[in-house]
Design a protein around this ligand. Structure first.
Ligand SMILES: *[C@@H]1O[C@H](CO)[C@@H](O)[C@H](O)[C@H]1NC(C)=O
Ligand SMILES: *[C@@H]1O[C@H](CO)[C@@H](O)[C@H](O)[C@H]1NC(C)=O
Length: 292
């Protein structure tokens, strides 16, 4: 008899426990709103976006990676505990139970931030997803373009290098040819010394007549890297660009005059033909991946 009672009691406890758990699961919604990028020295406001009523709220805590950063406890005097925040100071004017304002942010403030909210009754805690904040030192100059020449013939290889100004993190460079990103196979990063916070990208592109008589070359140096053709500077945390226009010359006919020159011009014609074949092959290869 006693054992039966114990068993029933056990089952009852389990059921109660299950009900409590499932109740608690969706007691409230919670998300941390953290800007993806902040510029050095700026103020950023991190928002712990929850649906807990004020009179149900017990505690809001901010965590950076695994470190406790900031804590608000309702009813405590004062309600905030001062933790040291790496790479930032607290802007008390904009800080509240659910907002944490960091001012004069430095690179050390970069990291993953999340918040935990605890309700009073039932006592229940939930932690948001963590979001990354990156503090950036923006570029203070436009990228520079180095190019061997500005007039090309069909079949030539256009060879240009774009070098960014320094920034932290290092920006990403993207070339646009007539407003479109060419296949990655035409672009090659040039490694800079590890201490250098600039970067460079070399473009080597076979010149085909599909590019048109004028080729617009643009170099973007951005944080984050290239988004898409429709993005403009607003969509980047840091955006710099430089452009040049190069021309593709109309091919002239090989000259044939006199015996001595005939052999040479035949060689020239064969050479030109070879270039045309190569260019056509290139153009055919380019058409599939890079229609212009
Ligand atoms: C804040 O949370 C609510 C409820 O979950 C959600 O609907 C809303 O989109 C969130 N606000 C922002 C800015 O993410
Ligand atoms: C935390 O530090 C700030 C700045 O030093 C100060 O103004 C504030 O009163 C402190 N708050 C608490 C709760 O100690």
């Amino acid at each position: 008899m006693a054992s039966l009672l114990t068993r029933w009691f056990f089952v009852l406890c389990l059921a109660l426990f299950a009900v409590t758990i499932s109740d608690c699961k969706d007691l409230f919604e919670l998300s941390a709103i953290v800007p993806r990028y902040a510029k050095l020295g700026e103020t950023v406001v991190l928002r712990c976006n929850h649906t807990v009523a004020d009179n149900q709220l017990y505690k809001v805590q901010w965590t950076k990676s695994n470190d406790k950063l900031f804590q608000y406890i309702r009813g405590r005097v004062p309600p905030f505990i001062n933790h040291t925040i790496p790479g930032a100071k607290i802007d008390w004017g904009q800080t509240s139970s659910s907002n944490l304002a960091l001012m004069d942010v430095q690179h050390d403030a970069s990291g993953l931030y999340g918040c935990t909210v605890t309700t009073e009754s039932p006592i229940y805690s939930k932690t948001s997803e963590f979001h990354e904040l990156t503090v950036i030192k923006i570029q203070n100059v436009d990228p520079t373009i180095d190019i061997s020449k500005e007039v090309f013939n069909v079949g030539d290889i256009l060879d240009a290098t774009c070098t960014s100004g320094p920034s932290k993190p290092v920006p990403e460079i993207t070339w646009l040819v007539n407003g479109r990103k060419p296949p990655d196979t035409y672009m090659k990063p040039i490694l800079k010394a590890a201490s250098d916070s600039a970067t460079a990208m070399r473009l080597t592109l076979p010149v085909s007549d599909r590019l048109g008589a004028e080729v617009h070359l643009t170099c973007l140096s951005t944080i984050p890297g290239f988004l898409n053709e429709k993005s403009d500077y607003h969509d980047y945390a840091d955006y710099r660009s430089s452009s040049i226009i190069v021309s593709v010359a109309v091919k002239s006919e090989p000259v044939t005059a006199g015996c001595g020159k005939e052999f040479i011009s035949t060689v020239a014609v064969v050479a030109v033909a070879a270039v045309v074949v190569a260019a056509t092959a290139n153009a055919a290869a380019a058409t599939t991946a890079f229609p212009t």
